[in-house]
Design a protein around this ligand. Structure first.
Ligand code: SF4
Length: 448
């Protein structure tokens, strides 16, 4: 269990020296108990005190690193049950499975396709993070070959899935230095888990272990930690959507209450045969509360909603997603190109940009700083008004880029037209209310 402020205080020097930035040792202890300051902010705590306080300074959910360099992804270290209380920090890793029962050509092709599952959404690149190599054959040599091929062809870090610690050892050695997640999938034999821990320790890899339920997991993880594997990932052994969802929720709740044996990220597998349900399962596990999701879904139409869900869940709900407020050129603009104005709310901006691209009419889009709020919200809060639009136009240098003096504002804020004309001296054109009307407007009504 997590330590209380008073329990922490007992281990501090009690000199009230203020070197930690707090007026007293007690104030520091209370902040540390709340998880708001790490122990190393006190430079005077003794080695004995440090050892006693280790559990209090560890995050409630251990950080686990998978892969290296550009492929490295960290999962864990979440502190909340509900994202409206504070944001979630470390997006779940999405892994797509490839079986070592495939022949070499098919395996290489699938791994390559997994590595190409990259999309751009609201200005951000979203992608599959891992290739999960499944030792479905049970054969060590096939598994080793599949691991090498999958890593090479996908260009991603790996999850190595096997029921055998010996097979994991062989594949891990083949990916030496790449820090794959070793995943012992058989929940029935705790001694195999201890053998897998030795493999993980020898290869300096994180280890995922399956167990037959949460109670069995809670008994197993202290043994694995004592064997020297700090970075663990938990598989509660459930294989239906309902049971896995319940298990993931229990793990998160217990971990946040300070129950250390389950204070690790969890891994969840989609098990549905139906391709649509695979996407539904993966998205559900991302929302609550998997650190790693392994799925057979590989089609872009399956993966995009999974990654979109992840992107939406891991943004700060208290901060609108914003783009940089600036003048943007779309296409081969010239001095006769139209000027459209919108806000810097990313969905507003990218809706407009997408429609301008679709129109094939090169144009300037000026995104005005409205602190990431949409057109109507910004107008209602007086962030998108004649003055802010005119200031943004002046700052952008648009006067030197176009020969005309016409600016198009969104149809929803037509009421601003007179004010913008007065402030800027430019003619205001009332654009369509919806971005979808932009192509037709630019082609049929725009004239410099
Ligand atoms: Fe106390 Fe350590 Fe802070 Fe000094 S630095 S006030 S000893 S907690």
């Amino acid at each position: 269990m997590a330590l209380t402020g008073l329990e922490i205080y007992k281990q501090l020097p009690k000199t009230n020296c203020k070197d930690c930035g707090f007026p007293t040792c007690l104030a520091f202890a209370m902040k540390m108990a709340a998880g708001q300051v790490p122990l190393d902010k006190c430079p005077h705590v003794t080695a004995e005190g440090k050892a006693a306080l280790e559990s209090a300074s560890r995050p409630p959910i251990q950080v686990v690193r998978i892969g290296t360099d550009a492929n490295e992804i960290k999962v864990g270290n979440e502190t909340q049950l509900y994202r409206h209380e504070e944001k979630f920090y470390r997006p779940a890793a999405v892994a797509v499975r490839v079986s070592d029962t495939l022949d070499e050509a098919a395996l290489a092709e699938r791994a390559k396709a997994i590595g190409q599952l990259v999309f751009e959404r609201v200005g951000t690149r979203i992608k599959v993070n891992l290739v999960a190599v499944d030792n479905a054959s049970g054969d060590a040599a096939r598994f080793e070959l599949a691991a090498k091929l999958a890593a090479e062809k996908s260009g991603l870090a790996c999850v190595l899935m096997s029921a055998s610690a010996a097979n994991l050892a062989r594949a891990a050695a083949a990916l030496s230095g790449q820090r794959p997640l070793l995943y012992l999938t058989d929940p029935t034999d705790p001694t195999e888990a201890e053998a897998a821990a030795a493999v993980a320790k020898d290869n300096q890899c994180p280890l995922a272990v399956a167990a037959d339920g949460l109670e069995a997991l809670a008994e197993l993880t202290p043994k694995l930690a004592a064997a020297g594997v700090e970075e663990l990932v938990l598989d509660p052994g459930t294989r239906t959507l309902k049971e896995t969802l319940e298990a993931l929720t229990r793990i998160r709740r217990l971990a946040l209450k300070g129950f250390r044996p389950v204070g690790y990220p969890a891994i969840a597998l989609t098990t549905a045969d139906d391709p649509t349900m695979q996407a539904v399962e993966a998205s559900t596990f991302i929302v609550k509360y998997a650190g790693v999701v392994v799925t057979d879904a590989i089609e872009p139409w399956q993966i995009l909603p999974i990654l979109t869900t992840r992107q939406d869940i891991y943004v700060d709900p208290q901060k609108p997603v914003a783009v940089e407020p600036k003048l943007n050129a779309v296409g081969e603009v010239n001095e006769q190109s139209p000027l459209l104005v919108t806000t810097n709310f990313s969905l507003s901006y990218y809706s407009v940009e997408g429609e301008v691209e679709a129109s094939r009419v090169p144009a300037y889009i000026l995104s005005v700083d409205t602190e990431g709020t949409s057109v109507l919200t910004a107008w209602a809060s007086d962030k998108f008004n004649a003055e802010t639009i005119t200031q943004a136009m002046k700052k952008s240098g648009i006067e030197e880029r176009v020969a005309h003096r016409k600016v198009m504002i969104p149809g929803f804020v037509a009421v601003l037209s007179a004010g913008v004309e007065d402030e800027s001296g430019w003619s205001v054109l009332i654009g369509p209310k919806e971005a979808s009307g932009i192509p037709s407007y630019l082609k049929n009504q725009w004239q410099a």
